[in-house]
Design a protein around this ligand. Sequence first.
Ligand SMILES: Cc1cc2nc3c(=O)[nH]c(=O)nc-3n(C[C@H](O)[C@H](O)[C@H](O)COP(=O)(O)O)c2cc1C
Ligand code: SF4
Ligand code: SF4
Length: 353
Amino acid sequence: MQTPLSIYFFSGTGNARNVAHWFSVVALGRGIETTVTDISRTSRKDIPLPAPGSLVGFISPTHGFNYPPAMMYFIFRFPRSKGNRAFLMNTRAGLKLSKWFVPGLSGIALWLSALVLLFKGYRIVGLRSVDLPSNWISFHPGVKEKVVASIYGHCKNITVRFAGKILSGEKVYTAFRDIIQDLLVAPVSIGYYFAGRFILAKTFYATDACDKCNLCISNCPVKAILTVDNRPFWSFRCESCMRCMNDCPKRAIETSHGYLVLSMCLLNIWIMSWFWQAVARFLVIPAGNGWVSLAVTFTRWAVTFAVVVLFYRLYHYLLRVPFFRQLFYYSSLTRYKFWRRYKPSRNMISHLP
Ligand SMILES: Cc1cc2nc3c(=O)[nH]c(=O)nc-3n(C[C@H](O)[C@H](O)[C@H](O)COP(=O)(O)O)c2cc1C
Ligand code: SF4
Ligand code: SF4
């Protein structure tokens, strides 16, 4: 009799969800008692806890060279080990160039979470990235269906092989192959966590094509979309998982590249130079004092963050004015036909519940 398996996953557009299911199918095929939990759809108190001595798996996409906060916080709060073994997987932005499968980059995604689990007493038995198609359609058009199907076939085999080994009691640390590049991009993951996700991720808006069906609101895994003025409004909770933009039946959700460029330029020009030069004229900051320069740096970041919030409010206010609305609309690359939405391969998920 093999020990039970508990898989916990978070997924924006379905890649990590599919990996969780492929793994579970291998386990069920071996007669292993298996539970698969979507952490975004289950309330904290209802999350099934792993049995003592059982195998636990965590599967999530990579966001900004790390696990998204939803999965990170889940792992931080996960109970201590009772003789449990654990494996971690992350889905990344895979591409296919000609015949070659090109991998994404994990950064600290697996390493930070593995460290937390080690401190909690888990024995880490597997670390594996799976390079499913990139879903970051704010930045590039969705991958073509044929390419998606090909990458999916490749990744399903990888997951099935990995599952077979882990369930046979082997240890598999494929992620160690990438450790040098992961460490090199680690500082970016910190920048993304504190700044990137707030600035870059908050550019969504609903166009006039929106029929207020509320699907995006009810399907958001972190409940980040509110209704303001009878329209969807993206709050700062958004993790940029891309689910809403991909799934909107009216294709009414766009990323405003015009706003992104404008706000970044204004932020750089005004805040970083003009504003701080003006401040320096009134305030003489003593040089060489570590605490003072730390306080100045902290204040700069706090003010910059406040301005980002202000810009975001202003942007949504301007969206109500027809002239600006059109301006933002025409400068949203996502509105053009060639900018496909991302759909995980239908053939590969047809067997899923
Ligand atoms: C906001 C955002 C950030 C991302 N950052 C990374 C990254 O740092 N490295 C990477 O390889 N892929 C990155 N990706 C790609 C996704 O991790 C990848 O497509 C993943 O398979 C999506 O899984 P899901 O469908 O379960 O959400 C990012 C995607 C988004 C939307
Ligand atoms: S899913 Fe699309 S159409 Fe429905 S409320 Fe959201 S933006 Fe509007
Ligand atoms: S608002 Fe959209 S992109 Fe943001 S977390 Fe929710 S579903 Fe994902």
